[in-house]
Design a protein around this ligand. Structure first.
Ligand code: ADP
Ligand code: MG
Length: 352
């Protein structure tokens, strides 16, 4: 089966490279929302407003009050592998959500992207990139922060468009992304609006006063996001082992679920779906739950960035710990302790 002609090796052009990268970074509208909201958080935003239409297929707009992008930097923000967040010298010292400089060029390659921004001391400016074609920077009125508008996602890649689910399902996935990020940031206000047709739905998570206690703020935010029943059944978790800290809330076994939908895990503020953490959570409840029940918990693992590699997965959903055994032990012992104490309290209350 030898080819008659010698294959020719070609260097792909920038637009093709960006479309291929987009396939990994932006799977669906919710992944675009995740990238844009993470950018707003990285910019220090205190208020983030997300609008979507038709499940994000026709419109996603993220408005923030963060630091903004200087007019002269707008083309660079859209260039591949251009980022203000790392200098490339230490890939294990990452304190921001972003670091690859891939989200904006990817979105600009597969949709119609317009960024309007104003940095402190500068003027407002706008740039548009559509199907990989970048326009000029033009002046634009804006008081502060950044507005990123993404229209017609995947119009440039019709194959990907076909894989999208119903508007309802995509809108739900967007709401889930906002919920997850909102859990990790109780001091940031989030609004999600559906502006399709009549513009029906609107969800708001008000920012807690930054002077307050983080643990209380987190409890209030979880009540808003997951419902008061979760908040009322949740035990506070706080433990440290070898400079790795675990905080959050874990629900009583009586509040368990038939599936793992109510498990929210974060590493250094980043929502993750990590086998090690999920396994540790399951292990902690093993003595308290039957095998078909799943614990509900919101847990934050925080450690020095050097102790965890977040550069494993394009969508950054997986991480790798330097000391997985320590992380697992920390989770299992902290949760078991909290559950045993709660059980003890409950039985002594009953006893008298
Ligand atoms: P990354 O987040 O990995 O740096 P992106 O492509 O998402 O890559 O963004 C490129 C750059 O554009 C960022 O490094 C940042 O400097 C700038 N940027 C993007 N979104 C915002 C925003 N909402 N506010 C301020 N700056 C932003
Ligand atoms: Mg980014």
């Amino acid at each position: 089966n030898i080819r008659a002609e010698t294959p020719i090796i070609r260097q792909l052009d920038e637009a093709a490279i960006n479309r291929i990268a987009a396939g990994e970074v932006v799977e669906r509208p919710a992944s675009a929302v995740k990238e844009l909201v993470e950018n707003a958080l990285d910019a220090g935003a205190r208020r983030i407003e997300v609008a979507q239409a038709e499940g994000g297929k026709t419109l996603i707009r993220v408005t923030d009050d963060g630091c903004g992008i200087p007019a002269g930097d707008l083309p660079l923000a859209l260039a591949r592998h251009a980022t203000s967040k790392i200098d490339g010298s230490d890939l294990l010292n990452i304190h921001s959500f972003g670091f690859r400089g891939e989200a904006l060029p990817s979105l600009g390659a597969v949709g119609r992207l317009t960024i309007t921004s104003r940095a402190a001391g500068g003027e407002g400016a706008r740039i548009t990139v559509s199907g990989g074609q970048m326009g000029q920077v033009t002046p634009a009125a804006l008081s502060r922060g950044t507005v990123v508008e993404l229209r017609d996602l995947f119009y440039a890649t019709p194959a990907r468009l076909k894989f999208l689910r119903s508007d309802r399902a995509e809108a739900q996935a967007i709401a889930d992304v906002i919920k997850r990020l909102a859990m990790a940031e109780p001091f940031v206000g989030f609004t999600l609006r559906d502006v399709s047709g009549g513009g029906e739905g609107r969800v708001t998570f008000r920012a807690d006063a930054e002077t307050g206690d983080l643990f209380d703020a987190l409890h209030r935010r979880l009540g808003r996001v997951l419902g008061h029943e979760f908040a009322e059944n949740a035990l506070p978790i706080e433990a440290t082992r070898e400079e790795i800290t675990l905080t959050g809330y874990a629900a009583l076994p009586t509040y368990s679920r038939g599936s793992s939908v109510a498990q929210y895990l974060f590493v250094n503020g980043r929502p993750v779906r990590d086998k090690l953490l999920i396994g540790a959570l399951r292990g902690a409840y093993a003595d308290f739950l039957s095998r078909d029940r799943h614990p509900a918990a919101v847990l934050f693992v925080d450690c020095d960035p050097h102790l965890v590699d977040v550069n494993v997965h394009p969508a950054k959903a997986e991480v790798r710990f330097r000391a997985p055994g320590v992380v697992r032990g920390l989770i299992v012992s902290a949760l078991r302790h909290a559950l045993a104490e709660a059980g003890h309290r409950a039985s002594t209350t009953v006893a008298g």
